[in-house]
Design a protein around this ligand. Structure first.
Ligand SMILES: Cc1cc2nc3c(=O)[nH]c(=O)nc-3n(C[C@H](O)[C@H](O)[C@H](O)COP(=O)(O)O)c2cc1C
Length: 335
C-alpha cells in the first residue's frame, strides 16, 4: 500500500522534501539528508523532451548524491509518448526509486506550454500520461497536483480518482488554485478530502513552516505524509526537528548559522559543474538569509562578491553574530 516502505510504524506521517526548480539539486538534497529526518526526496522538475533528446549523462539535474534516498524523479511535459520514452531512458541509465508527474506547477511559461497545472484542465490527457509512465516502469508512479482552477470538491476528487484508477501509487496536493500563488493560505481541508476518499497515500503540502504546523496538518487532514518546501530552504534541518517533535521529543538546537552555507558550498563544488555553482549557491542564499532580520541587505551585499570562497568569507563575518528565531520559519519574499 505504501510505496518505498514509507509507512512509519507509529502511524506518524512520513516527511518529504518538495521538488523546487533550481534548488533541490543533488547538493541541497544531500545537505537535507545529512541532518536526518527526511524520508523521501524529489528532484526538481525535469523536462521530458530534454530527457529524450539530450544526453542525460551530462545533465547536472540528474546527478544523485549519497544519502538522498529514496529519490523520485519529477517529470514535466504533456506528450504521453515523450513521458514514456523519458522514463525508459532513465530506467536504463539511472537508479531512481520512482517517477512523479508534475500536474501542479503554475508558472507562466509552464502553463504556456500546457504543462503542469494546465493538465488539470485535461483530465483525460493527464490519465493517459499516468498510464504511459506506468507501462514503462515497474516502479511506483506518483503525481503532484494543486487545487485546480477553483476550489471545487467534486472536480478535485474526480481528477484525483481518475489518476488513481490509471495506476498512481501516491498523490501529493498543494491546495492552492493555479491563480493563487502564495498569496492566500493553503486550504488544508482539501488534503483531508483526498486523504478520506482515495485508496492511495496522500501527501499534504503547503505552509508547513515548523514542527507545530506539521503536527496540525497531520491532525486536521489525516495525510499519510507531509511535504515541506520553502521552510526547508530556510532550515535544511527542519525534518529532524519535525520528526523529533512528532515523536514527543524536544526540538534540538539549530546548527551555527554558517554551518549550512559552508556545507552546501562544499557539496556544490563536489557535485555540480563549475559554470552553475555560484548561481545555484546564490539562489539558495536568497531564501536562507531570510532567517535573519537584515537578510535582504546581506543578500544584496553577498551577491556582488564574486566567487564561492569570497561569498563564504563575508558570510562568516555577517553570520557570526546571528542566531535563529524559534519556528515558524516563514519566508517574507518570493521569487
Ligand atoms: C522556488 C520554487 C520552485 C518550485 N519548483 C517546483 C517544481 O519544480 N516542481 C513542483 O512540483 N513544485 C515546485 N514548487 C512548489 C513546491 O514544491 C511546493 O508545492 C510549494 O512551495 C508549497 O510548499 P511550501 O509551502 O512547503 O513551500 C516550487 C516552489 C518554489 C518556492
Amino acid at each position: 500500500m505504501f510505496p518505498w516502505g514509507l509507512k512509519t510504524p507509529d502511524n506518524k506521517p512520513f516527511l518529504a522534501l518538495a521538488p523546487m526548480a533550481a534548488l533541490t539539486h543533488a547538493p541541497f538534497r544531500e545537505l537535507v539528508a545529512s541532518y536526518t529526518g527526511c524520508d523521501l526526496f524529489f528532484t526538481e522538475m525535469l523536462n521530458v523532451r530534454a530527457l529524450v533528446f539530450q544526453n542525460p549523462e551530462k545533465d547536472p539535474y540528474l546527478r544523485q548524491a549519497q544519502r538522498d534516498r529514496p529519490l523520485v524523479a519529477q517529470l514535466v511535459g504533456r506528450d504521453p509518448e515523450l513521458f514514456a520514452q523519458a522514463v525508459r531512458r532513465l530506467e536504463e541509465r539511472f537508479d531512481f526509486a520512482g517517477y512523479d508527474l508534475n500536474f501542479g506547477c503554475a508558472r507562466g511559461v509552464i502553463q504556456r506550454y500546457g504543462w503542469g497545472v494546465s493538465l488539470m484542465k485535461e483530465p483525460e490527457l493527464a490519465c493517459e500520461i499516468v498510464r504511459a509512465v506506468c507501462a514503462s516502469t515497474k516502479k511506483p508512479v506518483s503525481a503532484k497536483i494543486r487545487s485546480g482552477w477553483k476550489h471545487d470538491r467534486e472536480a478535485l476528487l474526480g481528477f484525483a480518482r481518475a489518476l488513481t484508477e490509471s495506476g498512481l501509487s501516491l498523490l501529493t496536493i498543494h491546495p492552492r488554485t493555479a491563480q493563487e500563488g502564495f498569496k492566500r493560505p493553503a486550504r488544508w481541508e482539501e488534503i483531508r478530502w483526498l486523504a478520506e476518499e482515495l485508496p492511495i497515500p496522500v501527501v499534504g503540502n503547503g505552509d508547513v513552516f515548523g514542527p507545530e504546523e506539521a503536527r496540525r496538518m497531520h491532525e486536521e487532514t489525516g495525510c499519510a505524509g507531509i511535504m515541506i518546501g520553502r521552510a526547508a530552504l530556510l532550515r535544511p534541518w527542519i525534518f529532524r526537528d519535525v520528526r523529533s517533535y512528532l515523536t514527543g521529543g524536544e526540538i534540538p538546537p539549530p546548527p551555527p548559522p554558517i554551518e549550512a552555507p559552508e556545507e552546501l558550498a562544499r557539496l556544490i563544488r563536489e557535485l555540480l559543474p563549475e559554470e552553475i555553482q555560484e548561481k545555484r549557491f546564490s539562489l539558495w542564499l536568497f531564501w536562507y538569509l531570510q532567517n535573519f532580520s537584515f537578510g535582504v541587505h546581506y543578500f544584496r551585499e553577498i551577491q556582488k562578491i564574486p566567487g564561492l570562497e569570497g561569498k563564504l568569507a563575508r558570510l562568516r563575518e555577517l553570520l557570526a553574530k546571528e542566531s535563529f528565531r524559534p519556528y515558524p520559519a516563514r519566508p517574507y519574499l518570493h521569487r
